[in-house]
Design a protein around this ligand. Sequence first.
Ligand code: GAL
Length: 703
Amino acid sequence: MERILIDLDRGWRFALGDIGAERRNSHADSYGTCKAGAVPGPGGKNWDDSDWRELDLPHDYFAESDFSPDNLLSHGYRTRNNAWYRKTFLLDPELAGRQLLVCFEGTAVNAEFYFNGSLMARSFSAYTETVFDITDRAYFDGRPNVLAVRINGFETEGWWYEGAGIYRHVRLYAKNPVHIAHNGVFGKPVLNPGTKNSWTVEVKTEVENSGYESADAVVRAELFDGEAVIASASCPVACPADSVTETAVKLKVSRPRRWDVDDPNLYTLRVTMERGGEPVDSADVRIGFRTFSVDPEKGFFLNGRPLKIKGTCNHQDHAGVGVAVPDSVQYYRVKRLKELGTNAYRCSHNLPAKEILDACDELGLIVMDENRRFEAREEVLEYLDIMVKRDRNHPSVVFWSLFNEEPLQNTAEGAAIYRRMKSRVLKLDDSRLITGAINGSMEGAGLEMDVTGINYNIYNVEAMHALHPDRPVIGSENNSAVSTRGCYKSDREGAHLLACYDEENVPWGQSIKETWDFTRKHDYFSGIFIWTGFDYRGEPTPFEWPSVSSSFGIMDTCGFPKDSFYFNRACFTDEPMIHILPHWNHEKGEVVRVMAATNCEEAELFLGNESLGRKPADVCAPPEWQVPFKAGRLDGEGLPARKMRMPGHGTHCRETRRHPPHPLPLLHPGRRSRHGGGEHRGGGPVRHHGPLCGHPHPVRGHR
Ligand code: GAL
């Protein structure tokens, strides 16, 4: 009788507004509101929702709402509203006797959860899962069961678009009363001291007996490499009635393949509970073997080698769907960031969807997992527990970040809150680097961190390091460079456009080249997290209405690359690449500023067959040409430094120019390269062809 996982995403009814609010005035409804099973109105069992809209989850209803300049700027000017969701379902009589847990993985912003006419839980967090036990209230006899959720869409927890609704998955877990508790398995891989690759996985399991009879059981832990069990251990456990007990076993593992950003090997840890030799429950988690550390002088190390963190910060919404992002799109987003050449992801400024962490595990991105609220009160500490318990098996999670830019960060109070929160994390996981994102000096909370996260302030980092040379540091938030995809002339006053030459940023931010130039030259600076990988709704900085979305993204809200994708990629990757901007559709005679984003040592530009000059190149000093526009073909060619060349490939640029051996794909919308595109993998020159313009005028048809 192992656990059954039931997907509750489908078949919901939805209604906007404070449905039934007027009924609360009656004495009967006031009375019922206070009684188990008798909640009146849409939270109750008998409310007629037959004319409500039918939908499947996840769902974000703010993504469907209107814009108005009277609404919150930071949240993208969406019209806010409350709403109700209801789901009616039958439970199989065979489930009777099991423990039934409902898990809402994410509801924005605040929510009340009802089941069969009783209030079961309240959530004051848009980012934390809400779990409640319906065992004692469920019907198995053919009577319908009713889940109802009231969403308070007027609260805010952030200063960005947060969406509204049941925007992550909803699951029902049906378990034997003697079972593994929710998020109750922690597998902590520890490298055995003095060995190169011999490990112990310390497996802790919370065993719960939700029944009223005590039981004896066995907890078995097995580590799988694919289908093969490579280590196992077990221990007996006494489970008193209505109790939670923690067990610990150790698995010895020799020479596992490491989890690394370039080779993210994963293993499955399965914990099974057995009674009388029969399995009664089991839970699988994925783990990985890696070491990491941070040194105040030498920066971050992964698996014993220095690794510069090249990360992005991201909010969670995507084009079209708002925050109700389908799992495949979560994977797509992380994959795009990997293609950009990043090796890290900061979940700013909140607990992410689980699917993002799964994708980071699989694709090899280091995660800074971030808590939303900074406080020492119990509710916030409980949210912190949920984050750590849910996410501590993911090998990608290397940092726990406890706050972002808190007004109290530099005070004694701030330091005290931080210490309390850090201590709470350590009770559940002592194997991560605990950080936070300061903006200002390190005093106060910044000095309590394992590694101090510094937002922006790139030109103050030297002074901060000089003042606290014993403190490891990392750029927790960088750049805030802004650009509009496909735009090469800024218009801040009129059309709200920001040119893509890496020259536009906010007053507290820096350009890509400024940040990277500092980062690459200072070993002690562990790396950066660029604000942001993707554009997001809200924070239309530096604009206000009618702009509703941010412009910080390296990609737009769909994941289409801006030119900054290539400026960043040049900094982040070694594989030779070149990208030229802008497009090649202009007025005859117009002098066009052409720039090359390249990691090559030199770049040459060609208009047709005519060379416009070869220039030295650097990722932080992209070469430029002033080119009078002429219809035809514009090619950029990069000449990789010797160290970038692969064996067996020619390096004679002139030959290669006449017969470009490894053209890059067209990087603008419209036309594909006549060479068929494809990634450049060789050691010769690399070319980027601008779009063709067959006729001088008009040019629009050719984009
Ligand atoms: C930071 C803040 C981010 C975002 C960013 C915009 O100070 O941490 O959440 O608002 O500014 O530049």
